[in-house]
Design a protein around this ligand. Structure first.
Ligand SMILES: Nc1nc2c(ncn2[C@@H]2O[C@H](COP(=O)(O)OP(=O)(O)OP(=O)(O)O)[C@@H](O)[C@H]2O)c(=O)[nH]1
Ligand SMILES: [Mg+2]
Length: 336
């Protein structure tokens, strides 16, 4: 007789007790979570699994077959390069949920952030700024969900690491007696499968694995550096007045050389734990052996370093950025 199928309540993977080296292994099938989740939760030991993005797209396609409401989550420090991407796959009603509000400076108003996204003319039902870690705007989000939901089911989708599982855990903690312990971690691909969580008789939240962004720096650094990169507290932006011929070196990871332009202001929005140094470009060779790319920054644009944060530049500038060649680096209209 076939064994009954049982899935990990932390990450959604099919549990098995036969092969230690395979996904979903647990010492006994009587357990509710897999060994990987157990180790992440109890020892902070992370085992990285690289998910294929085809699975993410298949999940979006399956969501599209429903008429259900979707929460599309975005990390404010790492806003997806293309927010219209999910519209290639789903026609559902979508609320844009901007997460990790707590790490952007308090002086920036929510309205200004929301305005920025409204100006993009995206096809979303509504936009909200939240922080489950700080329990910020979670009541407001639940009201919004109630307003727009079309059935009992509400899907939570978005890139890996944006905080989907954290949000569902928070909603459950605040509004339900049902137990819910989705695994959360600072590493990519924590959730491995769809997981339905019943908040009450009228609302079931569906957690999903996130899209892996190959251009994100988290894929190329070790765990100790990851701790430094991931801001835990409100970011204190650091402003540098630069003249052409000067450069900034950030966390010994990124070098930005100011090549052409007038006296200019560069404000770094990244983890407070990263060391930032300013030099005359000619006097230092540090990081110059890294992959380089030249960028034309327009008036009031950000230089985005995927996974690390961004640098707001005020005036027009020609710059060269040195970094690992896999990291996605681009410009956009200033967020702040
Ligand atoms: N600063 C801050 N960090 C948050 C917040 N919400 C989630 N995080 C952090 O973001 C990281 C990723 O959280 P998860 O909930 O595992 O993200 P996910 O979207 O479920 O990721 P996948 O399952 O890999 O797709 C964790 O380190 C969380 O602590 C928040 O409100 N503020
Ligand atoms: Mg998750």
């Amino acid at each position: 007789m076939d064994k009954e199928k049982k899935y990990c309540i932390g990450c959604g993977i099919l549990l098995q007790d036969e092969n230690m080296t395979q996904e979903g292994y647990t010492t006994s099938i009587d357990n509710d979570i897999c060994s990987r989740c157990f180790r992440m939760r109890n020892y902070g030991e992370y085992q990285i699994i690289t998910k294929s993005n085809e699975e993410y797209i298949d999940i979006l396609k399956s969501v599209n077959k429903t008429n259900d409401l979707v929460l599309y989550m975005v990390d404010l420090l790492n806003i997806d390069k293309d927010l219209t991407y999910i519209r290639n796959y789903i026609n559902n009603k979508v609320i844009l949920v901007l997460n990790k509000r707590d790490i952007l400076p308090k002086s920036v108003k929510d309205n200004k952030i929301i305005e920025y996204f409204r100006n993009m003319d995206l096809d979303f039902q509504d936009i909200i700024v939240v922080s489950p870690n700080k329990n910020y705007n979670i009541d407001e989000l639940l009201l919004m969900i109630k307003k727009y939901k079309t059935s009992k089911n509400v899907y939570v989708v978005g890139h890996t690491n944006v905080g989907k599982s954290t949000l569902i855990n928070k909603l459950m903690k605040n509004y339900s007696d049902n137990k819910c312990e989705l695994t959360m971690s600072p590493l990519p691909s924590t959730t491995l499968n769809k997981i339905s969580i019943k908040l009450n008789d009228d609302l079931t939240l569906v957690d999903t694995p996130g899209l892996v962004d190959r251009g994100n720096i988290v894929n190329y650094v070790d765990a100790s550096l990851l701790k430094k990169i991931n801001p835990k507290k409100e970011i204190k932006p650091k402003t540098y007045q630069l003249k052409k011929g000067q450069c900034l070196i950030i966390g010994d990871l990124i070098r930005i050389d100011y090549i052409e332009g007038n006296k200019n202001s560069f404000t770094v929005f990244m983890s407070n734990d990263l060391k930032i140094e300013r030099f005359n470009s000619e006097s230092v060779d540090k990081l110059k052996d890294m992959f380089s790319q030249s960028l034309d920054v327009l008036f009031h644009e950000d230089i985005v370093i995927s996974g690390l944060g961004f640098v707001k530049v005020v005036e027009k500038a020609k710059i060269i950025v040195y970094a690992d060649r896999n990291i996605d680096i681009f410009t956009r209209r200033s967020l702040i």
